[in-house]
Design a protein around this ligand. Structure first.
Ligand SMILES: C[S@@+](CC[C@H](N)C(=O)[O-])C[C@H]1O[C@@H](n2cnc3c(N)ncnc32)[C@H](O)[C@@H]1O
Length: 234
């Protein structure tokens, strides 16, 4: 194993950020100390992530690599901790089975709708990524989130009639469902702005903040605000 420096590249009073190969960093993390693992690995689609990453591995090799950091991630989780794994349905269907085999409890398969997929000949048009949500036993934290009732962005009218039960709906909105929307333009901007990318971030704060909220969505919101500030400052 290559010697890695465990010096964080960024830290605030909320936590620290390490940069490096997840398989070299994770073994240094004590067992049962992490509240939430969120993994957004390369999807083995042949993308370029720098010279140290091969994103075009033989399928078995890719899956074995995913299984290595999945197992390490689970080891670091506290009982009740959450494991989020964002990937293509093609990989997550196999990795979900692996998570089950390692004793994790299935909570949700969240379909994250994507807007900018490319058509694949002979297949359905791919329109969602999979975000797996598992916990190590009974979840330590699970907050129910309500989201505002959906309105048309053109006319401002509500888009659904809720089967005629609109009048008995909770004024705080509807329960968060298992279908989420991504915000791709901001994500691309994020990629441009941040040259440091990490696939495997253990986000301790998130499980206390949310049930099943993708970190990327939280990040996007922050980045959006930061972008706005930047624009205003110019
Ligand atoms: C699909 S991207 C996710 C990026 C990030 N979550 C974001 O939203 O910007 C996959 C990332 O995994 C990183 N990566 C690839 N192999 C890695 C490894 N062995 N350890 C840590 N990160 C790795 C790549 O550099 C790339 O940034």
């Amino acid at each position: 194993m290559r010697q890695v420096s465990l010096r964080p590249i960024f830290s605030t009073k909320l936590g620290v950020l390490y940069k490096g190969d997840c398989l070299e960093i994770l073994p240094h993390i004590q067992s049962e100390t992490v509240t939430t693992v969120f993994a957004d690995p390369p999807y083995n689609l042949g993308k370029y992530y720098g010279t140290e990453v091969n994103d075009n591995l033989p399928e078995l090799e890719y899956l074995n690599w995913c299984k290595c950091w999945t197992a390490e991630g689970i080891r670091t989780l506290i009982p009740g901790g959450a494991f989020f794994l964002y990937n293509l349905p093609k990989w997550n269907i196999i990795l979900a089975d692996y998570l089950l085999k390692l004793g994790m409890s299935f909570r949700h398969w969240i379909a994250v709708s994507m807007k900018l997929g490319l058509p694949i000949p002979g297949r359905l048009y791919p329109s969602h990524y999979s975000l797996l949500y598992f916990t190590k036993g009974k979840p330590k934290t699970f907050k129910k989130i309500r989201v505002p009732i959906e309105k048309c962005r053109h006319c401002g009218k509500e888009t659904k009639d809720y089967g005629g039960h609109r009048d008995v709906m909770n004024a705080n909105g509807v329960n968060l469902t298992g279908v989420w929307n991504d915000i791709p333009p901001i994500y691309r901007f994020l990629n441009d702005v941040l040259s440091n990318r990490n696939a495997f971030a253990s986000m301790r704060s998130i499980s206390s903040v949310t049930v099943a909220t993708s970190i990327r969505f939280v990040l996007n919101k922050r980045i959006k605000l930061r972008c706005r500030k930047k624009t205003i400052g110019r």
